[in-house]
Ligand binder design. Structure first.
Ligand SMILES: Cc1ncc(COP(=O)(O)O)c(C=O)c1O
Length: 395
């Protein structure tokens, strides 16, 4: 079986068969990643920062559904100097791919096995309290190695971290442990995307009060960081030594009122192909539960993408897609691997036609924000829904 004999860089030789890879993976459903858009977004964020403020690219959750390894390589090439992930496994995936940049684990670490893996893979952990610091120090004693650690203060998110009011005890414990190098102190903001800055500024005041207290106790202040995408766009007073940017790098705005601060381009497009076309008479039920029943003769297109690929089932009968620049309605329940479209108004479409679920087609576009608004959720969740089953093609 020879699918293509073309000799382009993305031809993969598998045994005696030649697969033209990008053609093969475009047969069903896929994600396209626009490298130029990603680099543009990195440059846009860099342009907001002082020359000595680092850009940490948050590539957790498989780079928000974009593919962690390739995104990490591309953002580092474009000017980011740090990476952040949530779990140990995500960090190991990047190291196994040969990525050497400093990697901060944002999640909590609680067992000696995890500590040993962190040391082995040269990852940098977040310490949320003194107990974790002691666990790290004990495990390191046996290894006779020094590890850079990042301390998390809770200034109002009420998630990970030691209360800002107990920062002194926490930091002094860490300073007293010779195998730990205090690399940074950070906190995370709960409402940076809200137009009302009151809570964000209260959190910043608490962060600064804790730092001032440390200074009074003669503690040398390491790197400080506080900002996610939204806080970064709220102005330089939130930037400190490093900003941790996720959503914005992928070309989405954390909130409508922050749009004027930066020009971002969406990085991801989701596409699929029509796999079958048929006519159904009036009164025909479509898909599980017959949630849709045709009221006229309908030209039905079956498309090879479903909720197992990251198209939420809750979008059933509420989703619009684009084909040849025209709006097309999705009808009936979205199933695990497939969905149905009403293409009655486009009678000449053939099987194999490309459907854009997220992205631009002609003058029209659909964004992760559109899906999020329909679903009553946030674009972060929509993006994270696109899992490994959808191959990613870098454009
Ligand atoms: C601790 C921390 N910092 C930064 C970010 C990046 O946030 P955003 O995607 O809004 O830029 C996240 C994401 O959830 C986070 O948990």
């Amino acid at each position: 079986m020879v699918l293509s004999q073309e000799s382009t860089p993305d031809v993969v030789n598998q045994g005696c068969y030649d697969f033209h890879l990008s053609e093969l993976i475009r047969q069903r459903a896929w994600v396209e990643i626009d490298q130029n858009a990603l680099s543009h977004n990195v440059r846009q964020f860099k342009a907001l920062l002082k020359h000595d403020t680092d850009l940490m690219a948050v590539v957790k959750a498989d780079a928000y559904g974009h593919g962690a390894v390739r995104v990490a390589q591309m953002v580092l090439e474009a000017g980011a100097t740090w990476l952040a992930i949530a779990t140990l496994g995500e960090g190991i995936e990047l190291r196994e791919a040969g990525i050497m940049a400093p990697i901060l684990i944002l999640g909590a670490i609680n067992t000696p096995e995890e500590v040993r893996a962190i040391i082995h893979w040269q990852l940098e952990p977040t310490l949320c309290n003194a107990e974790q610091a002691i666990l790290f120090a004990k495990t390191l004693e046996k290894q006779a190695k020094k590890l850079s650690v990042h301390l998390k203060l809770d200034t109002g998110m009420s998630r990970l971290g030691t209360s800002w009011q107990q920062a002194i005890n926490f930091v002094q414990t860490v300073k007293g442990l010779p195998n730990l190098h205090l690399a940074s102190i950070y906190s995370h903001l709960a409402t940076a995307d809200a137009p009302d800055r009151t809570v964000m500024e209260q959190q910043q005041h608490r962060f600064e009060a804790a730092i001032a207290d440390l200074q009074k106790h003669g503690i040398k202040i390491p790197k400080l960081h506080l900002a996610n995408s939204a806080a970064t766009l709220n102005g330089p007073k939130f930037h400190y030594d490093l900003v941790r940017v996720g959503l914005g790098l992928y070309g989405l705005y954390p909130a409508p009122h922050l749009r004027s601060q930066i020009d971002l381009k969406p990085v991801l497009q989701v596409k699929a192909k029509i796999s079958q076309i048929k006519m159904i008479p009036p009164g025909t039920g479509v898909s599980y539960g017959h949630q849709f029943v045709s009221d006229r003769e309908t030209r039905l297109a079956i498309v090879g993408i479903g909720y197992a690929d990251g198209v939420p089932r809750n979008l059933s009968n509420r989703l619009q897609v684009l084909i040849r620049g025209e709006w097309v309605k999705q009808i009936g329940a979205i199933t695990m691997d497939q969905m149905m479209l009403d293409i009655t108004h486009l009678p000449h479409l053939p099987v194999g036609e490309v459907v854009t679920l997220i992205g631009t087609d002609g003058d029209r576009a659909i964004s992760a924000d559109d899906w999020a608004n329909t679903l009553g959720t946030i674009s972060w969740e929509v993006l994270c829904g696109f899992k490994h089953r959808l191959p990613r093609i870098i454009i």
